[in-house]
Design a protein around this ligand. Structure first.
Ligand code: NAI
Ligand code: AKG
Length: 634
């Protein structure tokens, strides 16, 4: 059974570097000494004294007095500090506000810091004011800090022990803090357990003596089965981000409390099989190939984020079979690809690449021969999806006639004209541009035969996927003059990182623009993707919503209210829902919401329940035939 209240346990929490990410007094010094010629030096002296005290390397009380004498603060500085501290509350405390509010009678804040700035911060998160024990400043008539209240027990060494003893708590006492004085409460026998809190600072001397180490409040709650907001502490959930995804993605996951590993390049299959073992979420771009073997090595994987449009690099079928949801970023870089295609098309049709190369060799060849306008030319699009259609609209604005061929029946946008076969398209186009997706069946859809079907002097562009074009056939068509100019952004074999060399038969051919798969690599597109994909992944992890997934049945769910949410992914075989419902009925579980969506491979059932449940109930749900994965959100 889940326990959600503390009765009869008390939690004693430290403030500086635990409840907040920073040391209040150090920050006060920073504010108070603004403009002081020796500010950095004085603040550093104060920080050193704080550290020594927290590590138990000097008398805490002596250090405190020395710090106060150095900082020269007043009341207005404290007001500024409070504003600042509001932005520095530890992330896991922010996330677990509801837990604090629900258990306010059992939570104490005991600190050697100062009530003047601690009370406003902790009470906003639900701590009772009369449960805050801390030092107090003494001010002169002008509001300048001139000392500390010496009568307060916390002003003396061993102050926290004296204070806790005076509280006379009956029941178990758990202390959470980052300092040695917090550990001393456990050492004195007044507390049953000491949790070294390492979300903000990790003091080896304190960690060494702790009963437990908690990387966040979530971990503490989870370990004590007090968790209210989640099934598993996020600080233990590993996110692996590859291929230099935008920093916004790293921040999004870190802000949520996940453990993030960032790798600049892609990894090969063996490396990936090793690294992915304990990863729950992986973020990739186009170069990381998620094979069946990789997925079979991923024991904990819940979701994959493709920080791009294409998902052909992922074995989607195996991912689905294993209950791993895949999200991508459709449209995110569509415009970037379109702009590059337009630019390249104009450069190629004007023969600018050849001219520019000649100029670099000192050759001045001013002539119009072989240079044309794009106006009035026929653009042939192979693939009329998001990129194809957008390119079609922009090309029409330049006065081009647009024709397209797509395997799926598509209506034309603007004045674009549909043709019935690839051959028909290739026969008529002055410029052929590839915008198909990277499915396996599209391998070498443009080869020797297709180049022969094109007009003499055609311009050819591939910004889709490398394997859709037979490169030796393209190289031959360029050398023979059949293709007058080509732009190629994607290659069958691309280097995994910028340190690897690029090799291709196309290197050195004239009027050929080669680019390192950067069709979608603009600052704008990468920033969009960096926000969008983590947003989708987090909605799935936190809420269960699979809206926008490329392989999961799409379900958009309401926010989780005051209930538990059960997420059940199963093979799409008859009778699973009936079996689940009979288990709910047997355990008298009240269902407050139920959602089911299926696709060919799997069913995704989401059930909101209002009642606490037993371990036996969970085991029965997991044992339902066809279950692939089961998750509980609180
Ligand atoms: N160079 C780069 O950096 C980028 C490359 N891409 C590539 O561009 C591709 C297209 O992107 P979107 O337009 O957003 O995808 P999309 O899925 O909207 O469009 C692809 C279209 O191609 C059609 N298609 C598939 N196979 C075909 C075939 N053999 N013949 C004719 N039509 C076929 C589909 O029916 C669909 O309409 C992506 O899948 C990706 O591989 C996408 C973004 C950036
Ligand atoms: O930016 C990337 O790594 C890949 C871009 C791409 O090809 C895509 O979005 O499909």
């Amino acid at each position: 059974m889940l326990t959600q209240t503390l009765n009869p346990t008390y939690i004693v929490i430290d403030f500086d570097s635990t409840f907040t990410k920073v040391e209040g007094l150090d920050e006060l010094a920073h504010i108070a000494l603004a403009g002081h010629p020796d500010r950095e030096n004085l603040v550093q002296q104060i920080r050193d004294l704080t550290d020594k005290g927290m590590n138990g390397e000097m008398s805490f009380a002596d250090g405190l007095r020395r710090r106060i004498s150095l900082l020269s603060g007043n009341r207005s500085h404290i007001d500024l500090l409070i504003e600042y501290l509001r932005t520095k509350i530890s992330d896991s405390f922010q996330r677990n506000k509801a837990f604090i509010a629900d258990n306010t009678d059992h939570i104490y804040v005991v600190s050697s810091g100062f009530k003047e700035f601690i009370v406003p911060i902790v009470t906003e998160l639900g701590v009772r004011e009369d449960h805050v024990f801390a030092n107090e400043f003494i001010f002169d008539a002008d509001g300048t800090i001139i000392g500390i209240d010496e009568a307060n027990v916390l002003a003396s060494d061993g102050g926290k022990i004296k204070l806790l003893r005076s509280l006379n708590l009956t029941g178990d006492v758990y202390v959470i803090g980052d300092g040695y004085t917090d550990y001393e409460l456990r050492e004195s026998g007044l507390a049953n357990r000491f949790y070294a809190f390492t979300e903000n600072v990790n003091r080896p001397r304190v960690v060494e003596v702790a009963d437990h180490v908690s990387g966040s409040l979530d971990e503490f709650l989870y370990d004590n089965r007090l968790s209210r907001s989640q099934s598993y502490p996020k600080s233990r959930i590993k996110v692996l981000l590859l291929e230099n995804v935008h920093p916004a993605a790293v921040k999004a996951f870190e802000d949520e409390g996940f453990k993030v590993e960032f790798v600049k390049g892609a990894l090969d299959e063996d490396e990936l099989c090793e690294r992915i073992k304990d990863v729950s979420i992986i973020g990739i771009r186009s170069k990381t190939i998620i094979t069946k073997r990789v997925l079979e090595s991923a024991n904990r994987l819940m979701a994959i984020g493709a920080f791009c449009i294409g998902t052909n690099q992922i074995d989607l079928e195996t991912a689905t079979e294993r209950g791993v949801a895949v999200f991508n970023a459709p449209y995110s870089n569509t415009r970037s690809v379109v702009e590059l295609a337009i630019g390249e098309m104009i450069l190629l049709i004007r023969n600018i690449v050849t001219k520019s190369n000649q100029m670099h060799q000192g050759i001045w060849d001013k002539s119009a021969n072989g240079s044309f306008e794009v106006r009035g030319k026929k653009l042939g699009l192979v693939g009329y999806g998001n990129i194809g259609t957008q390119l079609s609209v922009v090309a029409e604005a330049l006065g081009m006639e647009v024709y397209f061929y797509d395997v799926v029946e598509k209506l034309a946008i603007g004045n674009a004209r549909k043709v019935r076969s690839l051959e028909e398209l290739l026969n008529l186009a002055d410029v052929v541009s590839m915008h198909v997706d990277g499915r396996k069946e599209n391998t070498n859809i443009i080869g020797k035969k297709e180049f022969e079907q094109m007009k003499d002097g055609v311009i050819f562009m591939n910004l889709a996927r490398g394997h859709v074009v037979d490169i030796p056939a393209l190289a031959e068509a360029i050398r023979s003059g059949k293709v007058a100019g080509a732009a190629v952004d994607v290659f069958p074999k691309e280097p995994k990182t910028n340190d690897e060399a690029f090799e291709s038969e196309l290197v050195g051919l004239s009027n050929v623009i080669l680019s390192p798969h950067i069709g979608g690599s603009t600052e704008e597109a990468q920033a969009n993707i960096g926000y969008f994909v983590p947003g989708k992944l987090l909605e799935y992890i936190n809420n269960g919503s699979s809206y926008g997934s490329v392989n999961f049945p799409e379900v958009q769910l309401p926010k989780l209210g005051d209930s538990h949410r059960l997420l059940h992914i199963h093979a799409n075989v008859p009778g699973v829902l009936a079996k689940l419902n009979s288990i709910f009925a047997k355990h008298h579980i009240n269902i407050t919401g139920q959602y089911l969506k299926t696709n060919e491979q799997i069913g995704y059932v989401i059930v909101d329940i209002s009642k606490t449940y037993t371990e036996e109930f969970i085991q029965e749900i997991k044992a339902v035939e066809g279950t692939i994965r089961f998750r509980m959100l609180y």
